[in-house]
Design a protein around this ligand. Structure first.
Ligand code: FES
Length: 165
């Protein structure tokens, strides 16, 4: 007799099946890919399953605005991304560089800015690191005319790679 049909594997890096992602979304009310990553590890590795995880979220909660359509801030995700990329290139990266840090903008989704940080003090509690991050968040809000939240992908990836998380 044939066994139960095999569940579709969404994340090959962490071997996370579709059912586990759907359950986590439903049980914990997860709204974003990064929240799914923190809960299940899915999309916390190479990132190639990111779109599939987003598609499951869209199916569950409804599709977010297209990237070129302005939200109530008057800016689209593409415009916000352009502004933040310019801010990082012109002001933030040089400032961070003088402090031994680097920042890479990955994406802007709604009011969330997905970025990765590198450097010895990243993730620590050093006041200089926290002050730099605060500065970045303030400048992003100025650039986009509204509060933007920073999603530190390096922290999510670190959590996802820890056993038992
Ligand atoms: S396949 Fe999911 S992170 Fe690589």
């Amino acid at each position: 007799m044939a066994g139960p049909p095999e569940e579709k594997l969404i994340c090959r890096c962490y071997r996370v099946p579709e059912g586990a992602i759907r359950r986590a979304i439903a049980e914990r009310g997860l709204r974003t890919v990064e929240e799914v990553t923190a809960a299940t590890r899915a999309a916390g590795g190479c990132g190639s399953c990111w779109d599939e995880v987003q598609a499951i979220l869209d199916e569950t909660w409804g599709r977010p605005l297209p990237r070129d359509v302005p939200d109530e801030s008057g800016l689209s995700a593409i415009q916000k991304r352009e502004r933040i990329a310019g801010l990082i290139e012109q002001e933030i990266r040089p400032l961070f560089g003088r402090n031994g840090l680097d920042v890479q903008l990955v994406d802007v989704s709604g009011d969330r800015v997905l970025a990765r940080f590198r450097g010895e003090r990243v993730g620590g509690a050093a006041p200089s690191w926290l002050a730099l991050k605060k500065h970045l968040v303030r400048k992003m809000a100025e650039a986009c005319g509204r509060k933007m939240s920073l999603v530190e992908l390096n922290v999510l990836e670190q959590q996802a790679s820890q056993p038992g998380s």
